[in-house]
Design a protein around this ligand. Structure first.
Ligand SMILES: Cc1ncc(COP(=O)(O)OP(=O)(O)O)c(N)n1
Ligand SMILES: Cc1ncsc1CCOP(=O)(O)O
Ligand SMILES: [Mg+2]
Length: 540
């Protein structure tokens, strides 16, 4: 049986490994369970098996694949593939060179290549459409299955760079599967986020080993994976995610919800911000808890209207941060991420990037330097953690905010003399292969909030961090019918107006701290956004 290459379904690609079989299962029983429940492509990968045994196993698996009319790919071993007339081969960067493999296999067989960086895409594009049919993009996340991996995990952002390269070098024919550490808790996020910048391409599927091969119930495991792939809606917070633009009326509704729901806002933040953040949270009718205790994050996340603010100014142990992200993602509660000093040092860059690949954030906020760095649009290296405000070009900042929102599938906030808020959530929708149907970052809804310069805002500590507290209160306090974009824009509008009001009432930076809390308290409890001083306008 020869499979037409355009008919290959890459959506759920099982790679075998008989070293992790649970008791009472066999290589063939796990493969058949997968095929019965939605596996669409199989690769036999037996790294430590003698050739004779490998051939016999491959023939057994081939029989089952034929029964379900699913192609069988052989890992590494071109000789075995030819010997049993398999449907294709997968090789990596250190295996036999692709042109040789293609010459041995002939033009009709499926040929897959492991790709981890754009330069490898450039090579396959130069070879043209008769060489590589699909690429395994990874390793996405840490995994114990592949021994001594040569590269560190690339995360969704690394996969986006590969997808962008396929578009840049016009390898339109080439299909893609993500691989490495893929499990139900990250698959939807990967498909959602891994979209090329031109919006035209997302992964064609996911490839995995242990989630099925090590599953005591491979049928159930496969059914769960199939459901995630076909779900097409990643609801990572339990709020309405539509694309309407915020108004003062909708912001008034948000404040009413926050006031009645009194959200619990867990702060994992820097020491300087803790006290002020707690007082800002209280002023906004919410309940702060400054906890960095790993063992209680799951319990806190399950409290009604719980909301997490993760500020990496001075960090809790990374395992605590990861546990918190997991806990809030698991129960679909919002996380506001403030990557303080994002790329100011290698340490902060590594920490923040690790966390950014680790979970889904409802809102990512930063000053203009941090957002420009996140969007890879920063010209000079960040210095310290202060915003390099200067006379920034509004178009550049809006573009950067939209790129961050698009790439992290989040609501991005860029703070400075004027604030930008862009909505990259796409209503939680995702689709294999065709990305966002051509919608790009610059198409994202973006709001500008202005109230003129408030220089004294930069003369106190934790003013930027406390906008994070405000956002966390607003998105945490929403009803399930609440609108996230309204909530984040409302938080920014309130904070900017309160800052302006406080600056007119204070005698210096000491009293500004107090006046800012009073102004937040007053504007929140009055709840008359139409009378606030800051202006709200659509950018596009
Ligand atoms: C679908 C898919 N993607 C990547 C790999 C890894 O192949 P390779 O880099 O050759 O490493 P080994 O699998 O040979 O250890 C794969 N096998 N399948
Ligand atoms: C073969 C391979 N190539 C890159 S990661 C990997 C193993 C993936 O295994 P798992 O799905 O169990 O993480
Ligand atoms: Mg290999």
């Amino acid at each position: 049986m020869v499979f037409a290459k355009n008919d290959v379904d890459y959506s759920l690609y099982l790679v075998t490994d008989s070293t992790m079989l649970p008791p009472g299962t066999t290589l063939c029983s796990q493969v058949e369970a997968g095929l019965k429940n939605g596996v669409t492509l199989v690769q036999i990968r037996e790294k430590d098996t003698e050739t004779r045994d490998f051939v016999e196993e491959a023939l057994e698996v081939q029989k089952i694949c034929k029964k379900y009319k699913v192609p069988l790919i052989i890992n590494d071993r071109i000789d075995v593939a030819m010997a049993i007339d398999a449907d294709g081969v997968h090789v990596g960067q250190s295996d036999m060179p692709i042109p040789m493999v293609r010459r041995l296999l002939g033009p009709s067989k499926i040929l897959g290549w492991s790709v981890g960086k754009p330069s490898e895409v450039e090579t396959l594009a130069k070879w043209g459409p008769d060489m590589v049919d699909y690429i395994g993009v990874g390793t996405l996340f840490p995994t114990l299955t592949k021994k001594n991996p040569k590269k560190s995990p690339m995360g969704p952002q690394g996969a986006i760079a590969v997808l962008d390269a396929l578009e840049e070098f016009k390898a339109i024919w080439c299909r893609t599967v993500g691989i490495g550490g893929l499990h139900p808790d990250n698959i939807q996020r990967v498909i959602c986020q891994c979209v090329s910048s031109n919006g035209k391409r997302s992964l064609d599927g996911i490839s995995l080993v242990s989630d099925i091969m090590a599953a005591p119930d491979a049928c159930a495991a496969t059914k769960r994976l199939r459901g995630l792939l076909d779900g097409s809606k990643y609801q990572f917070v339990d709020c309405k995610l539509n694309e309407t633009f915020p108004t003062t009326a909708s912001i008034q509704s948000v404040i009413s919800q926050v006031s009645s729901n009194r959200p619990l806002v867990q702060h994992i933040t820097n020491k300087v911000h803790q006290n002020f953040g707690a007082n800002v949270t209280l002023a906004l009718g919410s309940s702060p808890i400054m906890s960095e205790i790993e063992s209680e994050v799951s319990e806190l996340a399950r409290i009604p209207n719980a909301s997490l603010l993760l500020n990496t100014g001075s960090v809790a142990p990374i395992e605590t941060l990861k546990a918190a992200i997991n806990a809030y993602n698991e129960v679909n509660r919002p996380i506001t991420f403030d990557p303080v000093g994002y790329s100011a040092t290698e340490t902060r860059l590594c920490l923040n990037n690790t966390l950014l690949t680790y979970g889904q954030f409802t809102c990512i906020k930063g000053n203009c330097s941090e957002i420009l760095s996140l969007a890879k649009l920063n010209k000079d290296k960040m210095k310290g953690v202060d915003a390099n405000s200067g006379n920034m070009d509004i178009n550049l900042l809006v573009r950067a905010t939209q790129i961050v929102a698009f790439q992290y599938r989040t609501i991005a906030v860029c703070t400075g003399e004027f604030d930008c808020v862009a909505n990259g959530i796409f209503d939680g929708k995702y689709k294999l292969s065709s990305g966002t149907a051509g919608i790009t970052a610059e198409d994202l809804p973006c709001m500008i909030i202005e109230d003129g310069p408030i220089p004294i805002m930069g003369d106190i500590t934790a003013s930027g961090c406390s906008l994070g507290s405000t956002i966390a209160c607003f998105i945490g306090g929403l009803n399930s019918t609440g609108n996230l974009f309204d909530a984040v824009v409302g938080a920014v509008l309130l904070y900017k107006s309160a800052g302006k009001l406080a600056s007119t009432r204070c005698q210096g930076s000491g009293s500004f701290h107090v006046q800012l809390i009073d102004a937040l308290y007053q504007l929140f409890h009055e709840n008359k956004p139409e009378s606030w001083s800051a202006s709200l306008k659509k950018f596009n």
